[in-house]
Design a protein around this ligand. Sequence first.
Ligand code: AMP
Length: 279
Amino acid sequence: MQIATTIEEVRTLVKSWKKEGCTVGLVPTMGYLHEGHGSLISRAREENDKVVVSIFVNPMQFGPGEDLDSYPRDLEKDSAYCESLGADLIFHPEPSEMYTEGFCSYVDMSVLTEELCGLSRPVHFRGVCTVVNKLFNIVAPDRAYFGQKDAQQLAVIRRMVEDLNMDIQIVGCPIVREEDGLAKSSRNTYLSAEERQAALVLSCAVTCGQELVAAGETDAKKIVAQMKALIEQEPMARIDYVKAVDGLTMQQIDTVKKPMLVALAVYIGKTRLIDNFIV
Ligand code: AMP
């Protein structure tokens, strides 16, 4: 496995692979990898001749006052993990490699980004779309892998690829959870022992919502209300949002329909965690 820090190195290597007729899978990440990322890398390994993992804490997708500086980083551990999963290349650029002086081009999306996380993180998806677009241009993958954990991000990327005619297959992968149900996240490391326990309220709310749907509840507002009531029982939790939306457009819906996304963002102490389920 190789580690590249420059765009030039990645391009040279990918060109040589493509000359040999190899297919390329890309897994974009911000590093501090866990089994959630691992599931994407393994899937990419199964479906492509070559696997590229990008590790880049993208400053553009963090708003003022967010956790850009404190975001956990451990390249050594991440490299060993990627290698153990059979990745061929890690792309780990410095911000100055990705954003050269005078940078002023962005990919902006409306509608889908104006709901859910887009409301509380107004610059987030512009940063995500721009960096993912750049990574697609740099790596030129045949397939790119994203987790359902960030359901709105996955929908946004699918929309971007369709709208801008990018010749890349987007593969969505299921949420990987801890044994007790908490969705795996690099941000879970911020939680104290007490907060870690309180964080279970997110996956409990997801289970509650899923059970209501399974029992035939068709009123999306009732599902959301019951999930909120459950979260509010946890004193350490503060709800950012719990919403039922159309799974493609991210617009709020009142009646259960397919595809539906029920997504939540909840602060546990200072840590903002997300979870969701799809119907
Ligand atoms: P991040 O490093 O948090 O930007 O995540 C990189 C990719 O891994 C994104 O596509 C995430 O949706 C995905 N991912 C993160 N956590 C999980 C998880 N618990 N299960 C599945 N995919 C995940």
